[in-house]
Design a protein around this ligand. Structure first.
Ligand SMILES: Cc1ncc(COP(=O)(O)O)c(C=O)c1O
Length: 431
């Protein structure tokens, strides 16, 4: 069998530089919150395939559902000859989203496609073209999503021109000194300087910023967006692709604020590792596009829709919203204790088990420390913990451990992270 090093060499020679991998860890098998590489080394998985595995790697219920489906058929195209699981999943999503009144759903394959389609639907409904997104937001790598994303490197650099009629307002980031009042003021300023609100079709917001650094939008900010959208007839889209499916202690993060969006984009943990994404929203908006205007060849793959139905059962039956709170508490307690001890731990923030730790060179200046952050990620992998980073400056460690992980596994991973931070910051102090 090839080693991690051999596979990394082959990978570098075969794949485009732009599609990189964060760690030279080639996976052989995975189960719940653990994985094993080709050398047989065990890792605790705090990345969860970037928030895809809220129900863990290969949950037995998901596996059984997919295997059952594979015994029947793997593809027909839901837009040609559909099947019950696609209908049942739409019914289920319509029932669980925090939107009152009649709702409808549509399926695609990736998060970026869900965002693309939410914008198409909003444009079709309003007959307008402008879209407002936020600094630090991440919405995917397709053309429209790249335009909506509020971070240049590496997502936008060299890929221009950007699609038209996209405007960015500040996202509230208390640690960076951006208050919710300033963020809302940014939208007022857009309406003065850049676009008439009557030309804006949609506003898209992550209730908790994912790639942008795990900033939690204050409820008053989300209520403010709702008011602006109501006043001007703008469609409010909540991008719950990373924050959804119990991660924050509620099924959807926006529920914490008591705000109803018009449309919700979903992907990642929806189908436990199978490629599936959805848009669910108010019926009159969702039904604006003409028949055939939405969809795709692999949209609502039967393997993925069966997996998603099993995922939703697991979230409910295993009480994963409660587990998100409990896991979040363990992680927060451990990291907050460390924050008093280490100069490099600048901020700990998040909601439920969507938790992050921002690393700085100095607590008073809050100067980002992306080098230390990358070193912690590499060192943690050496010690058997898979971590990934995020943030505008690449100096935030984010945790997306499966919500099915036991307390013991969460504590074991946390201990590795804490020891890495202690050792690397001590080495830095000596150097
Ligand atoms: C909030 C958010 N929106 C959209 C996307 C894009 O999803 P995908 O990578 O499946 O296209 C992501 C992916 O990280 C995300 O976190």
């Amino acid at each position: 069998m090839s080693s991690n090093q051999d596979l990394q060499k082959r990978r570098d020679a075969a794949l485009a530089r732009g599609q990189t991998n964060l760690l030279p860890v080639f996976v052989e098998k995975a189960e719940n919150a653990e994985l094993w590489d080709v050398a047989g080394r065990r890792y605790i998985d705090f990345a969860g395939g970037i928030a895809v595995l809220n129900t863990g790697h290969v949950h037995p219920r998901v596996r059984a559902a997919v295997e059952r489906q594979l015994g029947k058929f793997s593809h027909t195209c839901f837009m040609v000859t559909p099947y019950e699981s696609g209908v049942a999943l739409a019914e289920k999503l319509n029932a669980i989203v925090p939107i009152s009144g009649p709702t409808r759903s549509m399926f695609v394959t990736t998060g970026a496609e869900a965002v693309e389609n939410a914008v198409k639907i909003a444009r079709s409904f309003t007959g307008r073209s402008g879209v407002i997104a936020f600094s630090g937001g991440f919405h995917g790598r397709t053309m429209m999503c790249m335009g909506l994303t509020g971070k240049v490197m590496p997502y936008k650099s060299s890929f221009g021109p950007m699609p038209g009629e996209i405007y960015h307002a500040p996202y509230p980031m208390a640690y960076q000194g951006v208050t919710e009042k300033q963020a809302l003021g940014g939208i007022a300023s857009l309406f003065k300087v850049d676009i008439d609100p009557q030309r804006v079709a949609a506003m898209i917001v992550e209730p908790v910023l994912g790639e942008g650094g795990y900033y939690v939008a204050p409820p008053a900010f989300l209520r403010g967006l709702r008011d602006i959208c109501d006043k001007h007839g703008i469609v409010l889209i909540a991008d719950e692709i990373q924050s959804g499916f119990a991660r924050t202690g509620r099924m959807f993060a926006i529920e914490h604020a008591g705000v109803e969006p018009d449309l919700i984009t979903m992907a990642k943990s929806l189908a436990g590792g199978f490629p599936l994404a959805a848009v669910t929203g108010r019926q009159e908006i969702m039904d604006a596009p003409e028949p055939g205007g939405l969809g795709g060849t692999y949209a609502a793959s039967p393997l993925a829709t069966e997996a998603a139905l099993a995922v939703l059962d697991v979230i409910e039956e295993e009480g994963l919203t409660g587990r998100a709170d409990a896991i979040g508490e363990i992680l927060r307690d451990g990291l907050e204790a460390l924050s008093g001890e280490l100069e490099c731990v600048g901020d700990i923030r998040g909601l439920g088990a969507m938790l992050a730790c921002e690393l700085v060179t100095d607590k008073s200046t809050r100067e980002p420390d992306p080098e230390l952050t990358a070193a912690v990620m590499r060192e943690a992998a050496q010690r058997g913990l898979v971590l990934v980073t995020c943030g505008m400056y690449g100096n935030v460690i984010r945790i997306m451990v499966p919500l099915t992980a036991s307390d013991a596994i969460v504590r074991e991973g946390l201990d590795i992270l804490v020891e890495c931070l202690r050792d690397l910051s001590a080495r830095r102090a000596v150097a």
